[in-house]
Design a protein around this ligand. Structure first.
Ligand code: 5AD
Ligand code: SF4
Length: 463
């Protein structure tokens, strides 16, 4: 920990020089949430937020390693900022998931020696100390420890939105899907204590937040490891119970969660969703593949039939439910027949939203060692075929929205037209609409959908 005197010294230096920070975040919402905590720590140290990289004296890259393209983008970015460093005082820090891979740390040290600080997913909270070393002792810092770090509570946080907030409920993953690097870089599952989560949500509600998203690699196994190890001595010891407790907090009007795993989608969670109106009617249910053979080789622990049966059960028990999903095409050994099974599930389920990924080989995972990798060309062709099917479904689904009414939380001004407001339907579709005289950001308004623009709708606020 930094001594008070050191913090004061650094803060004075930062403020007297009017230094600013800029954070570039790659990857998922968990990383976004980490970046909000990084921003909180930096602002506490005296940095102000810069609008862009050129104006900043402290650049943070919060990395992702789930797919190869995020790595390539990172290296491009660090290469670009080298020249900025020649022109002014500039500290460069690279952190997050990719830095948990030893080879990546070596690559940064060798090819980008001007990077000042490297931190991992479990050392983010040391950033103020790391900055002190760079500023006071002119040292380079490599602060990465192995996975399974403890949970740090009460870090300061600077949130990106004033109405909608992410709340991480658990860290890590125990599932070891054979394509996925996450369990290797984020460590084993660890759940935050319910009282800490509820405290955070209460605090958000008191500060005007209306919408929260509960985050974790596998949210519906909340407290599972702790339960199995007999470490739970409080009442809220499952995801379903956490949902009820969060929903009781006054002021919070909408609750989302990502990502659940189909194999852990227990009946108590389905019941909780059906009973709690505040929970979004769109649930993310990652499919990954529609082929039972591929699913087995992915170690997903469900078959095509089990997935479809779960969908049927959820549809039956939760009125107006819609689903979104993740699908990977081109997993090693995926045949045309396997891929047809994926298309078949997409035709049957009518997903509201599909996040499509081309399989990306991740060193260290089981699937990376397979010799039957699918040729790039075939992967791309399958991706295009899936995309075509998905887009035709989007068109079909969107038409059903015209003329329907939705209660929408006003999130802010539209990025493309500052005269318009924007929000999302319960099913996560963006809606852009004209303001009415007395409405404000954070209000919930009734909006009628009037125009379909494929990836967003136009609407009108009802009187
Ligand atoms: N290649 C492609 N997609 C992947 N995902 C995870 N690992 C890989 C990989 N190696 C996808 C999965 C997951 C989402 C967050 O990223 O679909 O649900
Ligand atoms: Fe990766 Fe599977 Fe864990 Fe999700 S559940 S983070 S895909 S290993």
């Amino acid at each position: 920990m930094l001594e008070k005197r050191e913090v004061q010294e650094i803060t004075e230096k930062i403020q007297s020089k009017n230094w600013k920070y800029h954070i570039t975040t790659f990857g998922c919402q968990l990383n976004e949430n980490d970046s909000e905590k990084i921003a909180g720590m930096l602002e506490e140290l005296g940095f102000a937020k810069a609008e862009n990289e050129q104006d900043a004296n402290f650049l943070v890259f919060n990395t992702c390693c789930v797919r190869e393209n995020a790595e390539e983008r990172l290296f491009g970015k660090i290469g670009e900022v080298k020249n900025l460093k020649k022109a002014k005082d500039l500290i460069i820090a690279v952190g997050g998931c990719m830095m948990q891979e030893k080879l990546m740390v070596q690559k940064i040290k060798k090819s980008y020696p001007y990077v000042d600080i490297i931190f991992g997913t479990h050392t983010m909270q040391n950033l103020p100390q790391d900055i002190a070393k760079v500023l006071l002792e002119k040292e380079k810092v490599r602060d990465v420890i192995d996975i399974d770090g403890e949970i740090y509570e009460d870090l300061p946080i600077k949130r990106n939105s004033q109405v909608s907030a992410n709340v991480t409920i658990m860290y890590g993953c125990n599932n070891f899907c054979t394509y996925c690097i996450v369990p290797y870089v984020r460590g084993r599952e660890r759940s935050r204590k319910p009282e800490k989560i509820l405290e955070e949500v209460q605090h958000l509600a008191q500060n005007g937040y209306k919408e929260i998203t509960l985050l974790g690699q596998n949210v519906n196994s909340y407290m599972r490891t702790e339960r199995e190890n007999g470490k739970v001595d409080f009442e809220i010891d499952s995801f379903a119970k956490l949902l009820y407790a969060v929903a009781k907090i006054d002021g919070i009007e909408k609750i989302h969660f990502i990502s659940p795993h189909p194999k852990d989608f227990t009946d108590d969670v389905i019941e909780a969703i059906s009973k709690i109106d505040k929970i979004s009617r769109i649930v993310h249910l990652p499919l990954q593949s529609g082929s039972s053979k591929v699913l087995r080789e992915m170690n997903r622990k469900y078959t095509k039939e089990q997935y479809l049966a779960l969908v049927d059960k959820m549809m039956e028990k939760i009125p107006n439910l819609m689903l979104s999903t993740d699908i990977i095409v081109g997993f090693p050994g995926e045949t045309e027949e396997d891929f047809e099974d994926t298309l078949d599930v997409v035709r049957k389920v009518n997903f509201e939203q599909i996040f499509m990924f081309i399989y990306s080989t991740r060193d260290g995972t089981v699937a990376a060692t397979r010799e039957d990798q699918v040729p790039e060309e075939i992967k791309h062709q399958r991706f295009d075929r899936l995309k075509e099917l998905y887009e035709s479904k989007v068109e079909e689904n969107n038409e059903k929205y015209i003329g329907t009414f939705h209660s929408i939380l006003i999130e802010g001004k539209s990025k493309n037209d500052a005269n318009m407001l924007t929000g999302r339907t319960d099913t996560n579709k963006v809606v852009v609409f004209e303001p009415k005289a007395d409405c404000q950001i954070g209000d919930i308004v009734k909006v009628k959908i009037t125009e379909n623009h494929k990836w967003y709708f136009k609407g009108e606020i009802e009187e």
